[in-house]
Design a protein around this ligand. Sequence first.
Ligand SMILES: [Zn+2]
Ligand SMILES: [Zn+2]
Length: 363
Amino acid sequence: MPAHVQAVIAREKGAPVTLETVVIPDPGPGEAVVRVQACGVCHTDLHYREGGISDAFPFLLGHEAAGVVDAVGPGVTSVGPGDFVVLNWRAVCGECRSCRRGRPQYCFSTHNATQKMTLLDGTELAPALGIGAFAEKTLVAAGQCTKVDPAARPEAVGLLGCGVMAGFGAAMFTGEVGYGDSVAVFGCGGVGCAAVAGAVLAGATTVIAVDLDQRKLDLARAFGATDLVDASAADPVEAVRALTGGNGADVCIEAVGNPAVMEQAFYARDLAGTLVQVGVPTPEMRIDLPMIEFFGRGGRLKPSWYGDCLPSRDFPVLVELYLQGRLDLDRFVSETIALGDVESAFGRMQRGEVLRSVVLLGA
Ligand SMILES: [Zn+2]
Ligand SMILES: [Zn+2]
């Protein structure tokens, strides 16, 4: 029997989101229905609402979620009813040219559910990042569910589904931060703070947080940043150099998605250093760098897709680190809210008042 549940819908470009009844089909082959327990509010949800990602309205928003598997379709063996799972938006296919070469973290053909969730009148919904978890239940591909230790709080570990994993992985996997490295993180929202936490866990000895907002810098400090640079008061390139013996950082991570910040991160890097871009740009953004600087500085410039993570490999590990008290996922949860509060949470996010508002569903 298809389920009727409450869900947060973006009906049209720029309009406030609304709480509506949606229809969740029974899971088909390869699919799972998940009873959502918690789902974080991410900038990407707002980008969907503003039409910045596609025009395929109406959207079912929400994608940083944890919950319990309600039912699985034929052929699903990876998870079953009752499993506590974190949802991911890159369920790897195992068959594309990247997967076949042993690089599933770059899978070029990731899976989502085949069936559509709909409004009561049958209008098909486009779920944000193929998830759509601001809903009491959602339908996903079974590969989008990663089973983790049920001792973890859903509102904390659900955040691994997007921003926290992207930032953590940008440091740990894309940047390959290691023992004794110096790291500078530009932009200390949820993604940047996760990059700080990842750099600390990876063994970096200098972790410099750069932001315009003192509240964000204070949060970065709490995640283990050793030095703070207020970019509203000082030239961040000079400041990072001054904190690294005049050389620049081994790894610079751009976690804003802004050309000016990208340029700062490029020049704040030591020779042969690594620049990681994890902040998501808009289509019109451009960067203009002298080729001689690109060549002469050497090193690596690397975009980071979802932190180059592999959910099946990484979510259980990060949950274990969380349960051991070595990765403070609770600190990312600024507030818990109800399903009807997503619109007001967008405002708090835009004003920089929260790292993450997290919707708590049911009990
Ligand atoms: Zn693939
Ligand atoms: Zn997100």
